[in-house]
Structures are given as structure tokens and as C-alpha cells.
Design a protein around this ligand. Structure first.
Ligand SMILES: [Zn+2]
Length: 329
């Protein structure tokens, strides 16, 4: 895996020399791109431009319909955009299985808008263009304990953490399901957390840990069909940190093992919030931070980040976004 710092995207860059009267808005419009994308690729902190300044212009999406076997400069253009977002694809102008699989994965994020057939067309162009406008990125450090996975920073469809194991803790169900899995470091910490809970007479049950991209797709498709606002509590595929193997949902018999906000009012919920950091976990979606996390309060969802980071985040009433200095609004 390439490291974040020396990662260099594989796409052609157009350079543009700023002329009198130019604004970011006008330049974005002329090149059919977005102000946010121009700022990102040029690392601009403000909207102020200087005449004579050179700007890189981000790659833009082609029109048309492309399927497996399509070739040419438009396919290359599409691949340049996919590279810009952070996908691992050769910009060879050939719409092969790799390109098609990436497109399918993107389509699976928006089951309410487009069919996931791996074919690029106008609807798919629109969803990718919307992602470009918000600087959507594929995360490049998925193995990091402090990896940020949220509505703007997504995991690759085929990302599966190494060392997934079943922690020896009580679950709300007995049979094996992949949702019992956790990354080994998080699983060990979780066992210690549960051992202390038991010692102190606190009854907790694990509900759901690891979730593959496919499983997230299945869940989200079902949720969005039932509720158009489902994205407030249910992640689009690739955007759930359950895919990292570092997150797990915990509940208690006191609320019938349900994932409900009232868990936070019970002695078990309060114990979990107070004791999680000692074992390296944080309450990932705290109260009154919805504008930052973009999820409702979830007293049941804990995320492993390691002890030091967990303490700093919880002692200072922060979110992972704030801790990492990556608040995007
Ligand atoms: Zn969760």
C-alpha cells in the first residue's frame, strides 16, 4: 500500500495561467470542474487568485456510454478521474474488468439512483461528479488504527482487513456470522473491556462488528428503500468503519440488546462511555456532534483507535474528525 505522503496520482495535469478577471468560479465553469477540486489539487487555502499564477486543472468526466471492451481517450479521461479520487487503476484507455469493477462499486453506493451493472453512462457520470464536488476520497491508509472512514473518505470495495478473528465475548446470537469478526488488535482490547464489565456486574452483548462492502451494500439498499433519509443512520457501502474491523456495536439486555439511543441513559451505556477509552475505544458518534460526524448519536457504536488517542478524544469531548483536523462541512 502506498503511503499517504508520497502518493502521487497517475493522471495528466492541465496547467492554466490565471488571467485578469479570472475567479475560481469562472475557471471551474470553463473547465467543467468544481471549485473544491481545483482548491484540492492546488492545495489552495483561500479563493484568492493572482494574475499569472499557474493552476492545475483536475481531470473531468467524459460524456457517453462505456462498457467492458470500450477503448479510447474518453475511457482514459474517466480513468484519470478514478485515479484522482484514489482508485488503483491504469490510465490505459481500456475499459476492462478493473475499471468496470470500480464503476460497479461506485454505483452500489447509490442504489436509489442507478443500477450496479458496471456500465458508465449519464447517471453514473452524475453520481461521480457529485463525489468530485465534495472531494470524495478513497482512503490510502486503511490499516492505520486512526484511519478516517466516513461519508467523504471511503474504503475500497475489495478492502478486507488482515487478521480478522472472533473475540471471545458474549454476542446477542450464538451461530457464526462474519459480523462476529474484528481485527485482532481490536478484538484483544474488546475482550479486556468485556472482562472488566463482567467484573463490575455490567452485562454487555456484542451485536455487530466487521461488515464487508457487499454486506454494507445489502444493508444500505434495504434501508434506503424503506426510508429515503436512511443515510443519517446507515452508511453507503465503503463509508462504514465497520469495514475496518475496528468498530463494533454493543448493547445490553437492559434495552433488549437493541441499538437504541436510550442505551446511553442506562447504567450499561454510561459504563461503556466511561470505560471505553481505557481500552482504546471511543464513542464514535457522540451527542451533539451530528454536524461533524454526519450521523446521529450512537451510544452503541465503539471504535478502536488505541489507548492514547482514545483518551485524548474522549477527555476533550472530540470526534475522530476533530482529532485528525479533518472537519469538512
Ligand atoms: Zn456501528
Amino acid at each position: 500500500m502506498q503511503q499517504h505522503n508520497d502518493w502521487l496520482p497517475d493522471y495528466r495535469v492541465t496547467n492554466y495561467k490565471v488571467k485578469p478577471g479570472d475567479t475560481l468560479y469562472l475557471i471551474a465553469k470553463r473547465f467543467k470542474t468544481h471549485i473544491s477540486a481545483i482548491k484540492k489539487i492546488n492545495k489552495l487555502k483561500s479563493n484568492i487568485l493572482f494574475v499569472g499564477q499557474y493552476l492545475k486543472i483536475p481531470p473531468t468526466l467524459p460524456d457517453g456510454i462505456y462498457v467492458i471492451g470500450s477503448t479510447g481517450p474518453s475511457v482514459k479521461k474517466l480513468q484519470e478521474v478514478l485515479s484522482f479520487i484514489g482508485f488503483d487503476v491504469n490510465n490505459d484507455g481500456y475499459y476492462g474488468p478493473v475499471t468496470s469493477k470500480i464503476i460497479k462499486g461506485l454505483q452500489q453506493k447509490f442504489p436509489e439512483i442507478v443500477i450496479d451493472d458496471g456500465v458508465y453512462g449519464p447517471k453514473t457520470k452524475k453520481i461521480i461528479d457529485n463525489l468530485l464536488s465534495v472531494n470524495y476520497e478513497i482512503v490510502r491508509n486503511p490499516e492505520s488504527r486512526t484511519v478516517l472512514v466516513n461519508k467523504l473518505n471511503a474504503l475500497n470495495p475489495d478492502y478486507v482487513p488482515k487478521n480478522l478473528i472472533v473475540p471471545e465475548i458474549p454476542f446477542s446470537f450464538t451461530e457464526f456470522r462474519p459480523q462476529k469478526l474484528m481485527r485482532a488488535d481490536a478484538a484483544n482490547a474488546l475482550e479486556a473491556l468485556f472482562a472488566k464489565a463482567k467484573q463490575e456486574g455490567i452485562e454487555l452483548n456484542a451485536i455487530s462488528g466487521y461488515r464487508s462492502y457487499e454486506y454494507q451494500h445489502k444493508l444500505f439498499s434495504r434501508n434506503i428503500k424503506a426510508n429515503p433519509k436512511a443515510n443519517l443512520f446507515s452508511s453507503r457501502p465503503g463509508e462504514s468503519e465497520h469495514q475496518t474491523g475496528l468498530a463494533i456495536d454493543i448493547s445490553s439486555p437492559s434495552v433488549d440488546n437493541r441499538l437504541v439511543q436510550s442505551l446511553g441513559e442506562t447504567k450499561e451505556g454510561k459504563w461503556l462511555e466511561a470505560n471505553a477509552p481505557e481500552f482504546g475505544f471511543i464513542i464514535r458518534f457522540p451527542k451533539e456532534k451530528e454536524n461533524i460526524t454526519r450521523y446521529r448519536y450512537e451510544p452503541w457504536h465503539i471504535r478502536y483507535v488505541g489507548k492514547d488517542v482514545a483518551k485524548r478524544i474522549m477527555d476533550n469531548n472530540l470526534t475522530l474528525e476533530e482529532y485528525l483536523g479533518k472537519v469538512n462541512n
